[in-house]
Design a protein around this ligand. Structure first.
Ligand SMILES: *Cc1c(COP(=O)(O)O)cnc(C)c1O
Length: 495
């Protein structure tokens, strides 16, 4: 029986459905299963298998308390024709290497892979109190990408509602319109006077406010929850595309069954790359996983020295979804590679909370480094790489993917091990930076930038992004930081 407990203690024993509904453990740890890797996923017949069939196999191994039928329904609804490519995460050649596009979903960012299916998982979990009237309200502060992907996933999802806050004037024109034009009867979007950190801290306070929780539960049957990438239900769908990459390399006859592959992953909260490690534990022949960071290079320092230290300057960069000082999902990797040592993890996380830093034992660092490589790119290098990738390969990349491209170029290439770069966002989400990097006109609106980019490169803007110029804006509310709680309460009352 697969059960989940906290990375910091073994007292809980939850099913995956309970873990998904709960999100985070009471002691602040993340849910992990000690059975992970006991059942291997068969890779002999992956070539030619559909993404949906692969998802059924991989998710079946990771979430065994969902029935086959439940998983099949979730998968069919999440990976249907809202994706611009029927392979869902297509792999394409990039010189001697490969790129896997994770951005063909409805919001053009890799978070769609997880957020298209998470609401469908949630709809199949049972309220803790057994009450069928209970609604989950997802509450998120976003610096751009997560908010829209979560809105698109939860819009009109049964038993759920969603409220998204974003910092006024601090997201791009495209990102703001993506959110304020969101349709659906259970969605709310609101700008906040303040920066992302202020909004994020306020959301955490709202989550911790027991009085508010009691009021919401009593008056409106609403329970607050998070769509953050620490939720198991957001992590496991990402394991599938590592198998898909392998299947596509088999199909292209680049590898034979059993050959090892290397992945380079633009990293922020460590969710995407952790899914690659889970794939390895499930039996996928993954040689190395390479962390690519932006100028916020806390993970690079950790992987080179063994000391994680968040006491440093925070940089707001042109790759905003990787601007992070605490990579939450790292905790799960430390759990597994320390031999499931909950006491060590509890101690390290306590150090992080108390001192903003921790140091792992040498033998643990050695085990981590045998699997994980690391590199990072500053903003000038990111811009140079967007141009380099276009000039060398006639392939346009976004600023997040460009961090990975830079790191991949720095690494010595082993001709026997194919490398796959994960492309995490469409360049059309960041058309101004991309145009500046390519020497194209970037003086007009984001939409004029998109048109110039399309004309110069022969690529096509995703219609959902290009169409934002004429989409109707539904949400115009702006609140102060102190007004956020009231906004949440009114949103819950109006459900
Ligand atoms: C979220 C995000 C990342 C980082 O992924 P993590 O799972 O947080 O490491 C990278 N690129 C883009 C475009 C993203 O939206």
């Amino acid at each position: 029986m697969t059960t989940f407990h906290s990375t910091r203690s073994t007292t809980d024993s939850l099913t995956s459905k309970q873990a998904i509904r709960k999100g985070i453990a009471d002691d602040g740890g993340l849910f992990v299963s000690d059975q992970l890797g006991e059942t291997k996923v068969d890779i002999a017949d992956l070539a030619g298998m559909s993404y949906q069939a692969m998802a059924q196999r991989v998710l079946g191994a990771l979430l065994p308390d969902f029935t086959e039928e439940e998983l099949a329904q979730c998968i069919a609804a999440a990976y249907g024709d809202q994706w611009a490519d029927e392979r869902i995460t297509p792999v394409k050649p990039l010189g001697d290497d490969f790129v896997m596009e994770l951005f063909n979903g409805p919001t053009s960012a890799f978070k769609d892979v997880a957020l298209q299916i998470l609401p469908r998982f949630m709809a199949r979990t049972t309220p803790a109190d057994g009450g069928a009237n209970e609604k989950i309200m997802i509450l998120t502060a976003t610096s751009g990408d997560t908010g829209k992907a979560a809105l698109a996933g939860f819009a009109d999802a049964p038993g759920t509602a969603i409220t998204v806050f974003y910092p006024q004037g601090k997201v791009s024109q495209v990102q703001e319109l993506q959110m304020t034009t969101q349709t659906g009867s259970n969605v709310n979007v609101c700008a906040v006077e303040g920066n992302f950190d202020d909004a994020q801290s306020a959301v955490k306070r709202i989550f911790g406010d027991r009085e508010l929780a009691a009021r919401l539960a009593g008056d409106s049957h609403v329970v607050l929850s998070s769509a953050n990438s620490i939720n198991v239900g957001r992590l496991v769908p990402q394991v599938v595309y590592y198998f898909s990459a392998y299947a596509q390399l088999l199909e292209r006859q680049i590898i034979n069954v059993g050959d090892e592959v290397e992945f380079v992953v633009p990293t922020g909260n460590f969710g995407d790359i952790l899914a690659g490690y889970y794939a390895k534990l499930l039996g996928l022949p993954v040689k190395h996983l390479v962390v690519a960071s932006d100028k916020n290079n806390v993970l690079f320092d950790f992987l080179t020295t063994g000391t994680y230290n968040r006491n440093r300057e925070f940089f707001q960069t042109i790759s905003p979804s990787m601007d992070i000082l605490i990579s939450s999902n790292l905790e799960r990797m430390l759990y597994y590679l320390s031999g499931k040592d909950t006491r060590l993890i509890a101690m390290l996380m306590n150090d992080l909370k108390q001192w903003g830093a921790y140091e792992v034992p040498d033998d643990l660092l050695a085990r981590i480094r045998a699997i994980f490589g690391a590199g990072w790119a500053d903003e000038n290098q990111v811009r140079d790489m967007i141009a380099d990738c276009w000039n060398e390969h006639h392939y346009v990349i976004d600023p997040h993917t460009a961090c990975g491209y830079f790191v991949m170029k720095q690494m010595p290439r082993d001709p026997l091990t194919p490398r796959v770069l994960l492309a995490t966002a469409s360049p059309y989400k960041f058309p101004r930076v991309v145009n500046e990097s390519l020497g194209l006109d970037a003086s007009g609106t984001d939409f004029e930038c998109m048109d110039a980019l399309a004309a110069a490169t022969g690529t096509v803007a995703p219609s959902a992004l290009r169409g934002l110029e004429t989409a109707a804006v539904r949400f115009k509310d702006v609140v102060t930081i102190d007004g956020m709680e009231h906004f949440v309460q009114s949103a819950a009352e109006s459900l």
